[in-house]
Design a protein around this ligand. Sequence first.
Ligand code: NAD
Ligand code: GLY
Length: 360
Amino acid sequence: MTHATPESVDVQLGERSYRILIARGLLDSAGDRLRELFPAGKCAIITDSNVGPLYANRVAGALSNAGYTPTVVTVPAGEKSKCMEQVESACDQMIAAGLDRKAFVVALGGGVVGDLAGFVAAVYYRGIPYVQLPTTIISQVDSSVGGKTGVNAAGGKNLIGSFHQPRLVLADVATLETLPAREYNEGFAEVIKHAIIRDAQLFDDTGHADRANLSHMIARNVAIKARIVAADEHETTGERALLNFGHTVGHGIEAAAGYGRYLHGEAISLGIVAASLLSMRKAGLPQQDHDRILERLHQFHLPVKLPADIATESILAALKTDKKFAQGKIRFVLSSGIGSAFLSDAVTLPDITEAIEALR
Ligand code: NAD
Ligand code: GLY
């Protein structure tokens, strides 16, 4: 079978630079592409209970043909697997399979698998390399790029983690064909986020996204993220923090609702609505842009109304443990118009409370 030349984006991080390839059929070429990075030896394919049955055999076959000895580690599908128990279990299985510091990890799945497997790679034998084979829209446009790895703690989302950049990202867009409609739609929350903070044209183009032809849209998103990560790898200058648009309230809702009720992108959709309301009040976002944002979220069947049983107090409690709170101060991302965003310290807890109430 012949495949089109992959779209390619580089993340420029000096000696930690890496390439992201986007095309159909990349899973089958994974073995050959990895041979350019790693000598033959052992590796772990970390996947979940939905993705494993669909793709793990193909990836394991491609790696075996290239001279590797893969061990497949499967976690239950869903956000609840982003936890320390699964980190320990994966490490135990890798130790039992004889993987040492020369081994590497292959993350095969969505953002949950990518964040978990990346963290396993960051801590196993004090750090081994890994590659990302993302299989959801969220993971292809966002989470597989940038090296934020980690798991949730009882006290909050993504509170245990590490920056650990992958060595390669292979986004096989053909895998998106097996994504259920809900998981397909949730991915557009992060696409809409990228468009709001950086690319008004992408916002318009997302209005007619073609499920059969997503490579270019994914590459545009990856290019946005790659540039931001290259400029502010460890989120110290404020530039990378722009990627948190919608995430302060979104993470609070995701945790308060209980992991598993909302998909990540669905919670972020609600967070985007709250951030957009606050942007109208504090940053002059035109009402027309706010309406277009709601319309676009609606187009992907993403939630824009918060149910009554998720209490504002629970969201605020979850939000206070968020990493974006620095010594009790909130660094909130606002937009003054679709296509641009900035970090503000003018948003108070009462402002956020009001925005959450306005979601009802
Ligand atoms: P996910 O990994 O849970 O995937 C969603 C669902 O789709 C799961 O049930 C999964 O089994 C299934 N699935 C995955 N690929 C499939 C395929 N090709 N066919 C059929 N089913 C498939 O969730 P997600 O939305 O991909 O990612 C959300 C996670 O990513 C959250 O934990 C979020 O915090 C994290 N995230 C991290 C970053 C980062 O920078 N590290 C950025 C954004 C999001
Ligand atoms: N998803 C936010 C970041 O990578 O910084």
